[in-house]
Write a protein that binds this ligand. Structure first.
Ligand code: ADP
Ligand code: MG
Ligand code: MG
Length: 378
């Protein structure tokens, strides 16, 4: 890591912390920010987490931190009103600078922020068990539910058009027309696959435009390692709030399902290995809807499956765009890596399409069971 202890100490000094930091160490397996764990000398004081925000990806850090502040304040207020909740452990707490600002800008132009470190928590990169999928779904369902009464237009778009398929497609077609790396003739089959699905993949956007889907506050990076689990592996806190912004609930659902349902890795070369893990899909759906059923409209419930189709499709479009452009965005480990990733996402989508009715059936059954249970209670 390029950040020296002296440099980090000077940064830490700007923050309004309690006690004295005894050790600093690189932390976690996030791919976006540089994260450091700060251990307090005296354990009557809290430990902290220092992060350099990736401002190559997040261009407007002040707006990003303003989003995080608004969202964490709202979550804290909502949780405080729920019996047995523990807002200190269930929401991120921003540690401001001594001068009150929410981030520190160093001499190199890097932005830094600090959170309270949440002790006795675990996070995992991969979902392997149904109980984990359930807890992941519950965490993101609850997150959306608690934010469902907050005005989404209060938040900035930290990455504009992040899940906008029209924009992703227009970039793809632009890359295709320019054909700068002379690769477009290699990808006729993949291009055909994308072309055939353009209309159906705009369903969520169109429902939104027509006013049938509400613009909500969504997380937009619903990976399992963005949920902190407690010592008993129960969901405790949703973290990594950099991409929290206005969106449609189906984006978060589809984003989580894309990895959970895939028995192989994102860039699997052997397409025969790409199979659906339907029990994990069902477990995530159960966890998610157990919290989200309180606020979702019927159209939103119907839109969830559109998200399950859309997110792998969008990922295929993005990988193929990068391949055609000569691998300029994603890090690649070998020649053709982006094409291999594209093919793996297309295969995943084919599998999902083949099981479309089964998956819709699961969503509907889980939702109706929850609805019937609530009717019986009330
Ligand atoms: P990235 O955007 O790089 O994924 P994250 O905010 O997700 O950054 O942080 C990286 C890792 O640090 C997380 O996966 C988690 O393991 C850990 N982490 C983040 N915030 C906290 C926190 N407040 N308390 C404890 N661990 C945390
Ligand atoms: Mg993360
Ligand atoms: Mg992140």
């Amino acid at each position: 890591n390029q950040h020296t202890p002296q440099h980090l100490s000077a940064i830490i000094d700007a923050f309004s912390i309690e006690g004295t930091i005894a050790t600093i160490k690189p932390y976690g397996s996030g791919h976006i920010n540089d994260t450091f764990y700060l251990k307090n000398e005296d354990q009557t004081h809290p430990d902290y987490l220092l992060q350099r925000i990736n401002h190559a990806i997040f261009k407007d850090v002040p707006a990003l931190m303003d989003n995080v502040k608004k969202v964490t304040e709202h979550l804290r207020k909502k949780l405080a009103a729920i019996p047995d909740s523990n807002p200190k452990k269930q929401v991120l707490t921003i540690i401001p600078l001594k001068n009150g600002l929410l981030y520190f800008k160093d001499v190199d132009g890097n932005y830094w922020r600090m959170y309270l470190y949440l002790t006795d928590t675990n996070s995992y990169d991969l979902v392997e068990k149904e109980i984990q999928a359930f807890e992941g779904g519950k965490a993101f369902g609850r997150f959306q539910a608690l934010l469902s009464d907050m005005d989404a237009t209060l938040l900035a778009e930290t990455i504009p058009d992040f899940h906008n398929i029209e924009m992703r497609l227009s970039r793809f077609y632009k890359a295709w027309s320019t054909d700068i790396a002379k690769r477009r003739d290699e990808v006729n089959e993949e291009t055909d696959f994308i072309n055939k699905r353009v209309d159906v993949m705009k369903s969520i956007l169109n429902l939104g435009k027509e006013g049938h889907l509400s613009l909500r506050i969504t997380h937009n990076d619903t990976k399992f390692n963005n949920v902190l689990l407690d010592a008993n592996d129960k969901a405790q806190c949703v973290i990594d709030l950099d991409t929290v912004m206005p969106g449609y609930v189906a984006y978060d659902f589809g984003d989580a399902i894309r990895t959970i349902i895939n028995s192989a890795s994102e860039d699997e070369k052997d397409l025969n290995k790409i199979k659906l893990n339907i029990p994990l899909f069902e477990a995530y759906t159960k966890g998610y809807l157990s919290e989200a059923d309180k606020f979702l409209s019927a159209v939103e419930v119907d839109s969830l499956m559109m998200g399950v189709l859309l997110i792998p499709y969008m990922q295929a479009v993005r990988f193929l765009t990068d391949y055609i452009e000569g691998d300029v965005y994603y890090k690649t480990n070998f020649e053709g890596h982006n094409l291999q990733r594209t093919r793996a996402q297309i295969q995943l989508l084919k599998e999902i399409e083949a099981e479309h009715d089964t998956l819709v059936g699961i969503i509907d059954r889980v939702y109706n069971e929850l609805k019937n249970a609530t009717t019986l209670i009330s």
